[in-house]
Every structure is written in structure tokens, then in C-alpha cells.
Write a protein that binds this ligand. Structure first.
Ligand SMILES: *Cc1c(COP(=O)(O)O)cnc(C)c1O
Length: 395
């Protein structure tokens, strides 16, 4: 069997050994219910509170402001619906962008059906929203601004500190889906004036099914899950102690040395992009040239289908993505690629490679070399390419 190269770290990441080791005790010996007052319960409670401190430290918050959830999607749903329902007496207007993750977009669509009014701000050709546009969209009915920290498909990092400043000056709550940004960008909720922030462990080498929502002290949102008094009465359900412990350990490791990690990943990413752009004609790099996640390279190749590309890469042992993992399997082109102005047929021929901790420079070179070969082969079979040759566009 050929060696596998995993290059889809924006879809999910492998669990780190140290994280699994930290979790193991709570999957075995310390199996208690954290709400119980005897020994086993208290041990679990302590472990959860320790993880809460780890999460708080990673984003410049205090532990009382951290709430554990079951996923990044749940955190997004809770922040947005919770704020909308809590503030519906004040207004019904929400500001967001057209490039958000579906966990945000579909939540907003659901709220629109309930009478909320949502402004979806456009982005520029690099996928960037302007803080000025956010400011101009605010009305006296605006109750929430929700803008993602970094885009999961094209890697563009949004001007979060500027938007935070705008939100603060206007007295409007500001939520950010920072799922992709944890461990990739320095985050400080105080300095950036962020009121709510979503994150999920499986995007930074922690377990799946473990998320958290930061809610600034003093901000009151409605809870979504009713039942027991867990998470200071804000999110019912017996805690997934092992997953929470894993989340805490993973975020501590992921945020320990962000500059070094960015340095390493961007070297791989840049070498890959350089080779692909030099060797493959009719290719276009999507996302911002500099304000982008160090891990992300999203490139469109004219005249071919992203799905065929993925299959052929898979045969060469490479795991990558044609867009976001959640939309693959659907034939609709990515809403993000359409939002940055790509025509349908070009959006369809896009490949997202996202590097991670285990990747090496050899991996980056191998993926690029494989692509050169595969793109050429697919184009030879492509009727679109044949037309372009006939018309003289391709020489
Ligand atoms: C992965 C992802 C989510 C969803 O997180 P889950 O834990 O998988 O529910 C939300 N937003 C962004 C930007 C993501 O990349």
C-alpha cells in the first residue's frame, strides 16, 4: 500500500497522542458523573474545571466565560439563536457575511423564518469583508454581528479586531466562529472586543464531538438545551468528561507556539503553491494572498472537475478536499467560491489542500508533482479543454 498523505486538516485533524493519553483516565478509572459529590464525581469535576482554565488561557478569557458544548456547530447555533432570542425585545436585525460556515448560515436562515432580518455582507475577490461595511450596515435594530475569524474553504483571515471595535462602539454584540483559527492565529477576546467565540476540538488535534462557546461576562443569551444544571445552568446534559479533558489538552498544545507553527506551515504551503502555479497553466489561487491561514491553499483549475481530481489524488495516497467537507457529495459549487466571483465551471474545478503538523516539505512537493500529472491527464480527457484548444485560448 502506498503511504498516505493527509492534507485535509481544515476538515478534521488526527488526535494527538498526548491528548489521548490525557483522556484515557476519564474513559476508564475516572468514569464518574461530574455532578456527583463523592470521589469519582469530584475527580471529573476537577478535570472539567482544569480544561476550562486551559481554554480560557488560550483565548485571553477567564474560566467563568467558557461553556462546553458538543461541537462547533452547536456553539454557533447557541451563540446566534441564544443572542437573537434574548435580545428580540431590542431589535431583530443581524449582520453576517455570505461566506460563513453552514453552521452559521443555516442558523441565520432559520431565524429569518422566525421574523429576524439578516444582512449578509458581500466579500471582496479575496473573501475579505470590510469593517467599514459592517459599520454602515448597523441600524438601531441591530442586535448581533457574526463574522467568522478565518474561512474554512479559502483560508482568508477576517479583520476581526477592526470589526470588534466597530461592534463595541455601536454597542452591538459580536460573535465570531473561530473554529478554523484556534492554534493558527493569535486570539485575544479582550483586545479584539469579541463577545462570543465558537471553537471545536477536532480542528486542533482534539477529539470529535467536543466544542466550547466563550460568552463574555455580563452577556446574557438564552440557553438552547434544557434539563440539568450543568455548565452553570446554561447547557444541560451529563458532561463528556474525557472529550472535555481532550479539548483542554489539545488547545493548550495548539496555542503553545503559534508563530513557530505558522512559520512551518506557511513554508510548506508556499512551496506547494509556487510549484503548482508555475507548472500548471489556467490555475487560480483563491483567498487572500497574505491575510490567509498558514495551512490553506485553495486553487482552481480550469477545464476539470474537482471530484475527479480528488479521486485521482486519493489513488496516489493523497487526502484533500474539493471545498468544505460538509458540502462535498453535493453538486452545488461552493457558496464561498461563488461569493468571491468565480464562475460555476471554475468553482467546480477547485482543490483545497490544508497542511498540518504531520506534513513535511516532501509531502508538499509530492502533492504538487502529483497534481501536475493529474491535471494534465484530466485536461486531455476534458471536452471543455478541447473546446479551448479549438478556439485558440489554449496554445
Ligand atoms: C468545522 C467547522 C464548523 C463545525 O464544527 P463541528 O465541530 O464539526 O460541528 C463550524 N465552523 C467552521 C468554520 C468550521 O470549519
Amino acid at each position: 500500500m502506498t503511504k498516505r498523505i493527509y492534507a485535509d486538516h481544515s476538515a478534521t485533524t488526527p488526535l494527538k497522542k498526548e491528548v489521548l493519553d490525557a483522556m484515557m483516565l476519564y474513559l476508564t478509572e475516572n468514569f464518574g458523573n461530574a455532578s456527583s459529590i463523592y470521589h469519582e464525581g469530584r475527580e471529573c469535576k476537577k478535570a472539567i474545571e482544569n480544561a476550562r482554565v486551559q481554554v480560557a488561557k488560550a483565548i485571553g478569557a477567564t474560566e467563568k466565560e467558557i461553556y462546553f458544548t458538543g461541537s462547533g456547530s452547536e456553539s454557533d447555533n447557541w451563540a446566534i439563536k441564544g443572542a437573537a432570542y434574548a435580545l428580540s425585545g431590542k431589535g431583530n436585525h443581524i449582520i453576517s457575511t455570505v461566506v460563513e460556515h453552514h453552521a452559521v448560515l443555516h442558523t441565520l436562515k432559520a431565524l429569518e423564518k422566525e421574523g429576524f432580518d439578516v444582512t449578509y455582507l458581500p466579500v471582496d475577490e479575496y473573501g475579505m469583508v470590510s469593517a467599514e461595511d459592517v459599520k454602515n450596515a448597523i441600524t438601531d435594530k441591530t442586535i448581533l454581528i457574526t463574522v467568522m475569524f478565518a474561512n474554512n474553504e479559502i483560508g482568508t483571515v477576517m479583520p476581526i479586531a477592526e470589526i470588534g471595535k466597530v461592534a463595541k462602539e455601536a454597542g452591538v454584540l459580536f460573535h465570531t466562529d473561530a473554529v478554523q483559527a484556534i492554534g493558527m492565529e493569535e486570539i485575544n477576546v479582550e483586545e479584539m472586543n469579541i463577545d462570543m467565540l465558537s471553537l471545536t476540538a477536532h480542528k486542533f488535534y482534539g477529539p470529535k464531538g467536543a466544542g466550547a462557546l466563550y460568552i463574555r461576562k455580563g452577556v446574557k443569551i438564552k440557553r438552547l438545551i434544557e434539563g440539568g444544571a450543568q455548565e452553570r445552568n446554561q447547557r444541560a446534559g451529563t458532561e463528556n468528561v474525557a472529550a472535555i479533558v481532550g479539548l483542554g489538552k489539545a488547545i493548550e498544545m495548539a496555542t503553545a507556539d503559534i508563530p513557530a507553527k505558522k512559520e512551518k506551515l506557511s513554508r510548506l504551503r508556499d512551496a506547494y503553491i509556487k510549484k503548482v502555479m508555475e507548472k500548471i497553466p489556467f490555475a487560480r489561487l483563491n483567498g487572500h494572498p497574505t491575510m490567509r491561514m498558514a495551512s490553506n491553499a485553495n486553487i482552481s483549475f480550469e477545464f476539470i472537475e474537482g471530484e475527479s481530481l480528488l479521486l485521482m489524488l486519493d489513488m496516489k495516497g493523497i487526502s484533500a478536499s474539493s471545498g468544505s467537507a460538509c458540502t462535498s457529495g453535493s453538486l452545488d459549487p461552493s457558496h464561498v467560491l461563488l461569493a468571491i466571483g468565480l464562475p460555476h465551471e471554475i468553482a467546480h474545478g477547485s482543490l483545497r489542500v490544508t497542511f498540518g503538523d504531520s506534513n513535511t516539505m516532501e509531502d508538499a512537493e509530492y502533492i504538487a508533482d502529483s497534481l501536475v500529472e493529474i491535471v494534465e491527464r484530466l485536461r486531455m480527457m476534458s471536452p471543455l479543454y478541447e473546446d479551448a484548444v479549438k478556439s485558440g485560448r489554449v496554445k
